[in-house]
Design a protein around this ligand. Structure first.
Ligand SMILES: Cc1cc2nc3c(=O)[nH]c(=O)nc-3n(C[C@H](O)[C@H](O)[C@H](O)COP(=O)(O)O)c2cc1C
Length: 202
């Protein structure tokens, strides 16, 4: 069994992340290759403070229970799909903070990205691809890019209210893109299992 986590990169109340992550998990469970288990990992459930570990994650030293819990969750997966918005042309702070808590747990695994924003969230993903290199996390080419104006429906809603999320309306191309992404993440996660065995990693 290959275990893939869909990691929710926003922790805001009223976040669009809920509908995007839900669609990602439900669609992934339908289209993923055989032998793949897809699980939701919501940063909001881990309540991580701003990084407070005394030693860098690469050292392997862990002081806090919240880090152990987060590390055990991430360490149990073979690959990842990051669902991320773009904040100020970059990676959302809570997601980068959660990533920085760990190192070994990311090593020699595969990652794909589902992004959204007023411009598709692509700048956040370009940054995450740079971060992935340092984590020895192999990022796949396929990507789902969603636009908060055209992939959400605001009919009947008060669009002057900045807290409305709208109804998520992904189309067939997005399902096709997610299918390709899962094929790539699964193949690379499985191929890298041999590397993880050799390295004795999580
Ligand atoms: C702090 C903040 C900064 C944002 N900056 C950008 C941005 O630079 N580019 C963009 O496309 N959208 C930006 N947005 C819009 C978000 O992409 C959009 O609100 C999205 O729904 C945020 O994801 P969330 O609702 O899951 O938190 C920003 C939103 C927030 C809250």
């Amino acid at each position: 069994m290959t275990r893939i986590a869909v990691i929710v990169g926003s922790t805001r109340t009223h976040r669009r992340a809920d509908s995007v992550a839900d669609w990602t998990v439900q669609t992934a469970r339908k289209v993923a290759p055989e032998g793949v288990q897809v699980e939701l990992v919501d940063l909001a459930d881990f309540d991580l403070p701003v990084l407070d570990e005394p030693a860098p994650a690469m050292s392997g030293m862990v002081a806090h229970e919240h880090t152990k819990r987060w590390g055990q969750a991430i360490g149990s997966f073979d690959g990842f799909v990051f669902v991320t918005p773009e904040y100020n042309h970059g990676v959302p702070g809570p997601l980068k903070n959660a990533i920085d808590y760990l190192w070994h747990e990311w090593n020699d695994k595969a990652a794909g990205f589902v992004s959204y924003g007023t411009n598709g969230g692509v700048r956040a993903v370009e940054q995450l691809r740079q971060v992935a290199a340092e984590l020895k996390l192999a990022d796949v080419r396929a990507q789902v890019v969603l636009n908060v104006f055209t992939d959400f429906d605001y009919s009947g809603l008060d669009v002057t209210d900045p807290t409305i999320a709208g109804a998520f309306t992904p189309d067939e191309q997005h399902t096709a893109d997610l299918t390709e992404l899962l094929v790539e993440v699964t193949a690379w996660s499985r191929a890298l299992a041999a590397v993880r065995d050799t390295a004795g990693a999580h």
